[in-house]
Ligand binder design. Structure first.
Ligand code: FAD
Length: 308
């Protein structure tokens, strides 16, 4: 049984028999398959921890190539990210990747966190610059950009290291060309990238073409987020500094604007995006699950057998 640690404390240690599993590096997984992958965030309460446990149980049979666990800004989920990645690795058949951000950490702290991952046999890390804290009391951190963290992780041990990529350029980018150049630069040192969510496949294709022009052909796994609520998705798009396109709004409301019709249209549109991406050779699909399983399971069922 998966036991998820919450902000409120650690539940009893799991008494399940650990599944015997060969831990795997994501670069090898991506070299031999085009997997589904799922993203989770560490829960804060007992109730949300129970919900995540159920989600993990429901998504495990889909046999994802890997799953990933986010890292709270400024280290706010440092322990919970570590514990969740460990319990997924130890108590399920899934391989988990830990996200890590530079924000608010000294270089020595980051080395300590990465060394602890190594001691815990966590082999996969998504290296992120992170967002500057809005809290004036939080220090900016000794490292600023993801590339610096990739280099730090490489100096500590043999990890498979991923980075983030942005089909719509990153909010703080000075220009599209500069963002593409920065992404190419960090991906040259990393093993793979996972993208932010997006709706227009052309933006992903343009990103891939821009990286290829710069000599980078490492796997860039597209991030998928079905629209289940227009307001919630608009808010998330705004937070990541990307556009929620007018054509998407039109399609979502074409059959009415009640929540069930919008949800159904959101799943249909996400499935259409996945189909287009897979047909064009995307190296997998990374689902932003928001710690729920239903939408992801519906899309995977509509896609059929899966990408690999
Ligand atoms: P970086 O590569 O650090 O780049 C940030 C910006 O600086 C870009 O605009 C880039 O073009 C520019 N830049 C890069 N290098 C230089 C340079 N040398 N000089 C000048 N400009 C430069 N956030 C969290 O807090 N926790 C998470 O778990 C998390 N997971 C994520 C997972 C994915 C798949 C994605 C796409 C994002 C995630 N984020 C997460 C958000 C991410 O931390 C923010 O988007 C952050 O603002 C940028 O981090 P980065 O590593 O993507 O960018």
């Amino acid at each position: 049984m998966i036991r998820v640690r919450t902000a409120l404390g650690t539940p009893d240690a799991p008494i399940s028999t650990l599944l015997s599993k060969t831990l795997a590096q994501i670069r090898d997984i991506l070299a031999r398959s085009r997997p589904y992958s799922f993203e989770f965030f560490p829960p804060k309460t007992d109730e949300t921890a129970r919900q995540l446990e159920a989600t993990l149980r429901e998504l495990e049979p889909l046999d994802p190539g890997f799953v990933s666990v986010t890292y709270g800004a400024g280290g706010s989920t440092r322990e919970r990210t570590h514990e969740l990645v460990l319990s997924i690795n130890d108590e399920t058949s899934m391989t988990a990747m830990a996200h890590l951000t530079c924000t608010a950490h000294s270089e020595a702290e980051l080395v300590e966190i990465v060394q602890r991952y190594e001691r815990s046999s966590i082999e996969n890390i998504l290296a992120l610059g992170g967002d500057p804290s809005k809290d004036a009391a939080t220090p900016p951190g000794e490292l600023t950009y993801a590339l610096e963290l990739v280099e730090l992780i490489r100096s500590v041990g043999d990890f498979s290291v991923g980075v983030a990529a942005y089909p719509q350029p990153h909010a703080r980018a000075t220009s599209l060309a500069d963002d593409r150049a920065r992404t190419a630069e960090k991906l040259a040192h990393a093993d793979f990238a996972v993208t932010n969510f997006f709706f227009d496949p052309e933006q992903y294709f343009e990103l891939i073409a821009a990286l290829r022009e710069r000599g980078i052909d490492k796997p860039v796994v597209p991030g998928i987020m079905p629209v289940l609520s227009i307001k919630a998705t608009q808010r998330m798009a705004e937070m990541q500094g990307s556009e929620f396109p007018a054509w998407m709004l039109e399609r979502l409301t074409a059959n009415g604007d009640d929540p069930a019709a919008i949800r159904e249209a959101g799943i249909t549109e996400a499935t259409r995006l996945c189909t287009t991406l897979l047909a064009a050779g995307a190296p997998g699909l990374h689902f932003y699950t928001l710690n729920g399983s239903i939408a992801t399971r519906e899309i995977v069922a509509r896609l059929g057998k899966g990408p690999s």
